[in-house]
Unconditional design. Sequence first.
Length: 272
Amino acid sequence: MRISFTKMHGLGNDFVIIRTQDKVELPSETIRHLGNRRTGIGFDQLLCLEPPQTEAGDVFYRIYNADGSEAEQCGNGARCIARFIGGEAGQELLLEHPIGLSRARLEDNGEVSVELGEPDFRPESLPFLPTGDQPPYQINVGDQSIDIRVVSIGNPHAVIRVDDVDNAPVATLGPLLESHAQFPNRANIGFMQVVAADRIRLRVFERGVGETQACGTGACAAVVVGQRDGILDSVVEVELPGGRAIVRWDGPGSPVWLTGEAVTVFEGTVNI
């Protein structure tokens, strides 16, 4: 079967979007093939768009990682979906997904904002199996004991503070923590350097993908963890390898918002 697709990226975090009139059920092997950067199209996540399930919704979407696993949420992906659907500057869209609803807004400057719900710091929401009662939690990897904070932004995140993100052990520690036994459903691992109360630098080892150029929910996770620790403001610029995002969180009871670019790269067709 031949299908049409659109390749997009948000801050270098890249996606393939396919849109159908029915629910898409692609085998994991097919997703892995499409995601291969040498023999397929190449992507961090595949975004499958379906008709909305409510009258108010604009679209329903599902997210698949490059390894074929399904993800609960994707901040940059949601922003790209909003740009893909299109509309006038200032327009709000309602995006439906398996864990609920998200609002998206097309900004006057061409960027896209998306609301990703209220952060959930309960370990069981990830899930995470803590060895202590209060954060920071300690997690052992080999002979290392590492302090982490955990939070769900609809998907599971662990955040580690580092002095210099350029020299953070993302490639070595990231995969060990992603699949650590204390994360039964695996987790996204963020390495955060605090530059100022309104600015951080961040690298993320994404579950099912590896290190990416940017992770939208990871940016949100890092900022809300920093705010909860009293070291970050309510609006923070997040510098990622692929570019800059803005995260806003007004505190408990409020949803977290993510703003940044969403870019169409090319369109094509592919056999699946």
